[in-house]
Design a protein around this ligand. Structure first.
Ligand SMILES: O=C(O)CCC(=O)C(=O)O
Length: 251
């Protein structure tokens, strides 16, 4: 956290502290997020990367999703191809993943609490600052595992988080359109982000404010997946802690 990683436009960005895997659950609980370096071996994620690339070729999408990706038929088709795939299932349910969240939750893990495959083209507007609880609702113990399917240096627009594990308040989110709401953050806030390599991951709590950085590369899309988990004995619903419903304002 203390190492300076660089500046993107006017964002202040510091690199993640690197902690060994056996300390990751405690670090994640304390700070609201943790970087998991080499969480998957490159060969473990490569089959999924290839499936995503084949699907993009079939869909003939090669430079943009258009004005709102989440409303594009091609994007929906990508999700329908990737989310039920055996390639993703092998990673989503990997013992390393369930062990991590079992340690964080102190109990068994429920998988498939909302997973997304991301293909982010150069210069497309990056994901706005938000908290996943706004979009998912339900348990305030939902965590996300975001992992890179191919190398993703800062220039290619990886995930950035605000490490503030003590702050579990839901912020107001504003904005029109599917998946386009975001929350306000102070101009001088410090974001935490690192160069990500294929198989590196970030686990973060549903109240942790996060965003994506802009993909400033030429040509190559950023490929990643985010999978969500919660304790098995927590109810599944879409009501937020403020009583509003995640379904109503995010669709
Ligand atoms: O990868 C991205 O662009 C955004 C990811 C995200 O917001 C999430 O995993 O909740």
């Amino acid at each position: 956290m203390t190492q300076k990683a660089g500046l993107q436009t006017n964002l202040r960005i510091e690199a993640f502290e690197e902690v060994p895997l056996n300390q990751a659950p405690d670090f994640a609980i304390e700070h609201g997020a943790v970087l998991l370096r080499e969480f998957f071996a490159p060969n473990e994620v490569d089959a999924l990367r290839q499936l995503v690339e084949r699907t993009l070729t079939e869909l003939d999408v090669n430079s943009t999703w258009g004005a709102n990706p989440f409303e594009s038929q091609a994007w929906l088709h990508l999700q329908r191809s990737i989310l039920p795939s055996a390639e993703l299932s092998a990673l989503r349910n990997h013992r390393r993943v369930t062990n991590l969240f079992e340690s964080i939750f102190g109990q068994s893990v429920m998988v498939e609490r909302g997973d997304v495959c991301r293909v982010v083209w150069p210069n497309e507007p990056p994901t706005r600052p938000h908290q996943d609880h706004w979009y998912v609702g339900g348990s305030t113990q939902v965590w996300t595992l975001w992992f890179a399917l191919s190398d993703c240096p800062l220039q290619a627009g990886p995930l950035a988080v605000i490490l503030d594990g003590q702050n579990k308040q839901l912020h107001e989110h504003l904005g029109e359109g599917v998946g386009s709401q975001g929350c306000m953050v102070a101009n001088d806030v410090t974001w935490t982000a690192s160069d990500m390599r294929q198989g590196d991951a970030i686990a973060f709590h549903c109240m942790t404010v996060h965003r994506a950085l802009l993909n400033r590369t030429q040509g190559a899309p950023r490929l990643s997946v985010d999978c969500r988990y919660q304790p098995e004995d927590e109810p599944v619903h879409t009501r937020r802690i403020d009583g509003s419903n995640a379904r109503e304002s995010s669709s």
